[in-house]
Design a protein around this ligand. Structure first.
Ligand code: NAI
Length: 304
């Protein structure tokens, strides 16, 4: 066993400036928790309109955090919100946004070609020491990194929705991710208050690799008519202690997302029966029924 000493390189590499690309559901949460930890964030979106929406959603989420943390002292809460927001700078220029970055976290649309284009541009623009990470749920980190010249400084940082609430961060190493990069990712995850686990660059990492087939099996039971969606949910909540049943979880995650992940994995691994596409899910998605966000999925929801 070879033991290495990390102490000197760790301090030198402490991450202070983080660029988050994509300010949707995940990116806005990643930007928020990073700023809450006292680090400087540049948040990149496609245009000023989307950027504004992102900033509003972060402000709303921060107000919620402040209400909890500063119940008895609302003035401190306001200060906390203002200071945290002050550390987040919006941008629509990905090239300029990475010039000072110690770490870039990508959380844009789940599309390999669009991610490749982005990372090619970023790789040419960022200092050689900048670490790159993708928050992808279902694509291969090695494949995303393949277009860059910094495969040793590239890895996966996979967050969970909602980012400010969910404690877990999956840190993904490809065979080319260096020890130093990996250690920097682990230290950074801790610095923003997450509990890190490590996983190889394998489809779905830990959580989704186990969760997606489980949700798919639940749908298959329902499609066979073995039990109703409601009863399967009740069974898993009361019999297995899960906080949500598989259909509630499917509707929460978004049927379009789960369907997309399953289709991608099925294409890659057609021999694995766990990843067979699901008829009822495909139908709901084709009808625009994505779950909670569209008002209907396996269940119907009151639109607010
Ligand atoms: P989203 O659709 O809410 O947000 C994506 C954002 O990226 C949009 O606001 C879009 O305008 C922006 N964008 C697209 N192309 C861009 C570009 N070239 N430059 C800058 N911004 C760009 O998607 P979501 O859910 O936040 O997912 C983002 C990534 O995070 C995906 O890779 C997904 O697999 C991953 N992920 C999603 C989770 C989830 O529960 N939704 C959980 C963990 C990871």
């Amino acid at each position: 066993v070879i033991k290495r000493s990390f102490s000197t390189s760790m301090a030198k590499n402490a991450i202070k400036n983080v660029t988050v690309i994509g300010g949707g559901l995940m990116g806005s949460g990643i930007a928020q928790v990073t700023a809450q930890a006292g680090q400087n964030v540049t948040l990149v979106e496609v245009n000023a309109d989307v950027l504004k929406k992102t900033e509003t959603s972060i402000a709303t989420s921060l107000a919620r955090v402040a209400k909890k943390l500063y119940k008895d002292k609302p003035s401190d809460g306001e200060k906390f919100v203002a200071e945290t927001r002050g550390r987040i700078k919006g941008s629509t220029d990905p090239i300029a946004s990475v010039k000072q970055a110690d770490l870039v976290v990508e959380a844009i649309i789940e599309n390999i070609d669009i991610k490749h284009k982005l990372f090619k541009d970023l790789d040419a623009a960022a200092p050689p020491t900048t670490l790159f990470a993708s928050n992808t749920s279902s694509l291969s980190i090695g494949e995303i990194a393949s277009v860059t010249n910094r495969k040793d400084r590239f890895g996966g940082l996979h967050f969970f929705n909602p980012v400010p609430v969910m404690k877990l961060l999956e840190v993904i190493r490809t065979p080319e991710t260096s020890d130093e990069t990996y250690q920097a990712f682990m230290a950074w995850g801790k610095s923003i208050g997450k509990v890190c686990i490590t996983c190889k660059d394998t489809p779905g990492f830990v959580v989704n690799r186990l969760l997606v087939p489980y949700m798919a099996e639940a749908v298959r039971m329902y499609e066979r008519g073995d039990a109703s969606a409601r009863d399967i949910d009740t069974a898993m909540k009361l019999g297995a202690g899960y906080p949500m049943g598989p259909f509630e979880l499917n509707d929460y995650v978004g049927l379009d997302t789960t369907n997309f992940i399953l289709e991608g994995w099925h294409k890659k691994m057609p021999e694995n029966p766990l990843f067979e596409p699901l008829e009822s899910m495909k139908k709901l998605v084709s009808e625009g029924k994505f779950g909670i966000k569209s008002g209907e999925g396996y269940y119907k929801y009151d639109k607010k």
